[in-house]
Design a protein around this ligand. Sequence first.
Ligand SMILES: Cc1cc2nc3c(=O)[nH]c(=O)nc-3n(C[C@H](O)[C@H](O)[C@H](O)COP(=O)(O)OP(=O)(O)OC[C@H]3O[C@@H](n4cnc5c(N)ncnc54)[C@H](O)[C@@H]3O)c2cc1C
Length: 380
Amino acid sequence: MDYELTPEQELLRTTVRDFCDREISPEDVREHDREHKAPRELYDKLAAQGWVGINIPEEHGGGGAGAVEVAVVLEELGRAFLDLSFWVFRTVTWGGLAISRDGTEAQRKEFLPGIASGDLTVCFSLTEPDAGSDAASISLSAVEDGADYVLNGQKVFTSGFKVSHLDIVATRTSTEGKKHHGITNFIVETDSPGLEWQPIETLGHWPLGTAMLYFTDVRVPKTRMLGTLHEGWRDLGVYLRYERLCLSAARTGAAAAALADSVAYAKERRQFGKPISEFQAVSHRLAEMQTMVEISQMLVYRYASRLDRGLASTRDAAILKLYACEAYKQVADMGLQVLGGYGYTKEFDLERHFRESRLGVIGAGTSDIQRNIIAKTMGL
Ligand SMILES: Cc1cc2nc3c(=O)[nH]c(=O)nc-3n(C[C@H](O)[C@H](O)[C@H](O)COP(=O)(O)OP(=O)(O)OC[C@H]3O[C@@H](n4cnc5c(N)ncnc54)[C@H](O)[C@@H]3O)c2cc1C
């Protein structure tokens, strides 16, 4: 099923795109990438537009918008600056969705207005050194002690930690029964005593980076528990499906940008006396890329509209994440080929797309894990 945006949603797209054209230059993005610098000023400007808090309920200072609007904003931001879009995707997922949905009234009042205004930013820690794809086997412990829980253990790959005030941390509160039981989520302040971190050097996504976290007797008040004791896995499933929409929308925008750069280059670059776009090998490659971008867009809006209507399934989320992330990886790879040697240089953005698209098929559930989910729904 295709999905037609309403006139209001089209207007939102145009407004975000105009903002990006006005405020974000390719040179800006390259500089943030080169210097591993978080785009703080741009994030503040997005917050002032109301896009950071777009899905936070209006009574808590947000826009109260649905998943389609979130996807529109993330796709357009992803087209201009993928890491900026990822910063917003983390905010709308771990703040706008998780705290709005499962926070107590006191937590919503304490955190949501600050998240919507851009003053508070949020990251997420699930993965551990011994619990990656098998995420339900996490062991970072949270033990009740008076008015607090005391956290001990390690997390790996917490993205955006360096710019975040709050971290939604998945912990083990019980080892009895099945591994999916006994997981509890907490809202942890990133400057909590006993919480140490160090950056991890990676292939890409440098502006926000990713981190290794060490928890030593970190005290978290009971009032910071997010959702129900021991039942955090059930809530995580909801958050992770929303995350799959957000990161797919952002990467679909980035894939469209990689395609546009490749088409422009192919029309300009001349070899053997004519533009390389006139060689069928090149034009077919571009046609393939166009097809993948359009299918990704269809899947993003199909999923977002299903989510808004309460019809989205785990399988839909897996199909979306698998396709959109594999498509971005291929589009970036093929686009780099279209640019030949220049695609391999820092003069063009294809090399960044090539590096960053590699994460899509690994983070937030690898492509293999998405295929496992889909196969299971097929009775395999
Ligand atoms: C840059 C970056 C940012 C990240 N950001 C975050 C973050 O903010 N928060 C967070 O919690 N996590 C984050 N992650 C973690 C990410 O979600 C995990 O890396 C991912 O889930 C895979 O886990 P793993 O790396 O331990 O790989 P493993 O689980 O060890 O997998 C290794 C390989 O084995 C395959 N494999 C494993 N199990 C199966 C199976 N059952 N069937 C088929 N194949 C299988 C995988 O597909 C993969 O190819 C990030 C990771 C990176 C690299």
